[in-house]
Design a protein around this ligand. Structure first.
Ligand code: NAD
Length: 291
């Protein structure tokens, strides 16, 4: 029985933070500020923000938390984002989503200038990604690309399937896998796709980001394929991915666990994006621009 390589997001994310701290120490510890705007008291958002701030600190960055009450107006948030945008001491701005319903998420995201958009969620960032220009890339698909690099997964000429077509994960993942230099041929699947199993069975790489527990089992996986599990569902308080890990790991060539795979790498990508932001703003010298 083949056993897959387990792509360990926990240790890779710690290594990325460590490398970042060493890099900043070598530059005499410049203060690189990552400002996170957290609105309201949605518990999962607070949990994610805490994880992000903890890793940022470990990486030698200066996290700054801007906490706002759930009933704040759109104009007030706009003013706060514009003030962070104009503040030379702030290098990265993260607007933690989802926002309370009365706020206009798309409009507010666009207050973040592209060089500070460490979540890669603005139209400018997405446009740059489409055109292959230097810019910020959403953290979860960037984390998958980091795994691919770290574990030497061959992409050129290979077949990839991305499941999910969101602006946050699926679409940027498709763009990243198919861009020049990575050169995979990508099929994008979504909730209306028929015979997903048949499509997946031919894939060398699968990124499952639907949030459907048990979507990808052994019968949908080509032997030796690299499997990235992004989707998250909670069952009886337990975090479960889209991939049936125990059976798929017997046939895959490499697989991310859930938890401990793509999640920590999403946070690590935020660190990498913040360093890239500081470089784009000329606050530090470096060569992360091609990440
Ligand atoms: P979303 O709800 O915006 O998108 C889900 C996508 O899955 C949609 O495009 C939909 O068409 C597709 N889909 C739904 N049912 C499907 C089915 N039966 N077959 C195929 N496709 C189907 O969600 P999102 O923001 O893209 O996040 C996707 C999942 O990834 C969620 O579970 C989310 O919690 C998780 N997530 C994980 C991380 C991480 O770090 N691991 C980060 C972000 C999101």
């Amino acid at each position: 029985m083949q056993q897959a390589i387990i792509m360990d997001g926990q240790s890779l994310s710690q290594k990325i933070a460590q490398d970042c701290a060493e890099k900043l120490a070598g530059l005499n510890n410049p203060e690189i500020v990552l400002a996170t705007v957290l609105i309201g008291d949605y518990a999962p958002s607070r949990l994610y923000v805490n994880l992000k701030m903890r890793l940022a600190k470990k990486a030698g960055l200066t996290p700054r938390l801007v906490e706002l009450s759930a009933d704040i107006s759109n104009d007030q948030v706009e003013d706060i984002l514009l003030s962070l945008a104009g503040d030379n001491q702030v290098h990265g701005i993260l607007l933690q989503l989802p926002l309370p319903e009365h706020l206009d998420t798309n409009r507010l995201l666009e207050m973040i200038p592209p060089e500070k958009d460490v979540d890669g969620m603005t139209i400018q960032s997405m446009g740059r990604l489409i055109k292959g220009e230097v810019g910020m890339v959403p953290c979860t698909p960037l984390g998958v690309m980091r795994f691919i690099k770290e574990y030497n997964i061959t992409t050129e000429g290979r077949t990839a399937v991305v499941i999910g077509r969101s602006y946050l994960v699926g679409i940027p993942q498709m763009l990243l896998l198919s861009k020049q230099g990575i050169d995979a041929s990508v099929t994008l699947c979504h909730s209306k796709t028929e015979a997903i199993e048949d499509i997946c069975r031919n894939a060398d790489i699968i990124v499952a980001a639907a949030g459907i527990n048990g979507l990808i089992g052994k019968s949908a996986v080509k032997p030796g394929a690299a499997i990235f599990d992004v989707g998250i569902t909670q069952v009886d308080g337990k975090i479960i991915g889209d991939v049936i890990y125990d059976e798929v790991k017997e046939i895959a060539g490499a697989i991310t666990p859930m938890p401990g795979g793509t999640g920590p790498m999403t946070v690590a990508s935020l660190i990498e994006n913040t360093i890239k932001a500081a470089e784009m703003q000329g606050a530090i010298e470096g060569n992360s621009l091609e990440l």
